[in-house]
Design a protein around this ligand. Sequence first.
Ligand code: FES
Length: 588
Amino acid sequence: MASKTQRPPGSEAMNGLGKGLTNYGDTDFSLFLRKAFIKGAGYTDDALNRPVIGIVNTGSAYNPCHGNAPQLIEAVKRGVLMAGGLPMDFPTISIHESFSHPTSMYLRNLMSMDTEEMVRAQPMDGVVLIGGCDKTVPAQLMGAASAGVPAIQLVTGSMLTGSHRGVRVGACTDCRRYWGDYRASQIDDQEISDVNNQLVASVGTCSVMGTASTMACLTEALGMMVFGGATPPAVTADRARVAEQTGATAVQMARTGLTPDRIMTEKAFENALRVLLAIGGSTNGIIHLTAIAGRLGFKVDLARVDAFSRQTPVLIDLKPSGQHYMEDFHKAGGMPTLLRELRPLLHLDALTVSGRSLGDELDGKHVSFPQQVIRPLSAPLYPQGGIAVLQGNLAPDFAIIKQSAAHPDLMEHEGRAVVFESAEDMARRLDSDDLDVQAEDVLVLKNIGPTGAPGMPEAGYIPIPKKLARQGVKDMVRISDGRMSGTAAGTIVLHIAPEAAIGGPLAVVRTGDRIKLSVRERRLQVMLSDDEIQRRKAELDIVRPTAERGYQKLYLDSVTQAGEGVDFDFLMPQARNGTIPEKSDIKP
Ligand code: FES
């Protein structure tokens, strides 16, 4: 019966409802049965013979960042129908940062597996991935890269900003600022309660250049989203129009068989890395890009990323590196304006979901106008890229720092280590008046890496100890093997690899040791001899953590280090396609 299906011309890449038939040992019967069931939902043969476009529905009462999913699905369906396809929405796991225990990162790979398997298991010629909150977009792109079905990303869009006592506020850079003031007793219970009502003024993703906004911009730079699709806020007509356009584009991609591996090439990843650096993007962006690239067989070389960083200035004036919010970025022209500024640094021949190259998209209609948010290459916000890559005896593989959001006076710093063995240890002692700590010290937090916590929590943003906060201390050098939210700022070294829990040198640091950070030299050192580090290591009894059962066992037994994207080892292909960035693309 599959052979009798009428298909429109040019649809050779599609197999519609006949794809991936359930195995009963009789394929014609399998299709007959499938059609009988779907007809129970009222479909006609005419509808069922069209290209099938799956729409991943990640709407959830636990995920207000995806609170506009119903409206977006309606708009995507409109686009699919207008282009002659059949839209079929289906659920997958949804992850919100504040509703995921122990961490959203712990669940990212599970969501990627869910996405991959459901895209592969259900019949669809193309798929629209609706994500937004931090881990959802990387999870979906990882899953789509592995599934190999034509896929296009739609993000839910950023939330609106609120107003607190005449001050504009937005999640979540301002959440941290107000909480820091509250910890320092600079604002009272009433004010912290009042601002809590204003920080998230609508559904949508965080309103600054946090991880969600970063991933939206990187996805557009990768070519996996309609041009201009990253920045429209969640509750705007622009966002709904992007959704409609996404649905129509998905049908076109299904017809031509435009799969993720043809779009997410080395050149596309290099474009995304340039954009990550130019937007002062979240440090999480490095991990997620590494994981997505890893699914397609590419290794991200962080030393080369640092060379990119030295040539790619921050152009976007958004919190936490600058002062504006995502809705301002959109009103200033959004990603098309940024990409035009970055043009000399980009691969313009990289393919996008439209079937056109990035250069073709940039050559399209464009009106430039005076605005304050997107700087020209000639007058950047910060002279280098937002992220610097460090190495040294404390980080033999690497560590990173968001230099554009660090304090200039602390970028070259040596201080005494004040060590916390775990997040629990830190929670117990950090605010004690007995804690022996000075503003010049270096706060060290161990065992919050991929396996340590587990789930690599965003606890790398170590709060300033209360006794120092009350004295007006706003920033200190803080180092860990964990992550921090893209919305956070400070002189904070993250992702130290290898992590302490598997025996990285961070494990041997003790309170009183001297630690030296030099962002200029890209160095992170503990002032101990190699012999002393080895002697202390030998005293430790390091056993890789595991669990008895379930997803936790799968996670702990399979998770990789930050340099491999914290993906599961068995999800990455055996074959390697190359290293990103390519050496030849690093300009002298
Ligand atoms: Fe969802 Fe910030 S919590 S994007």
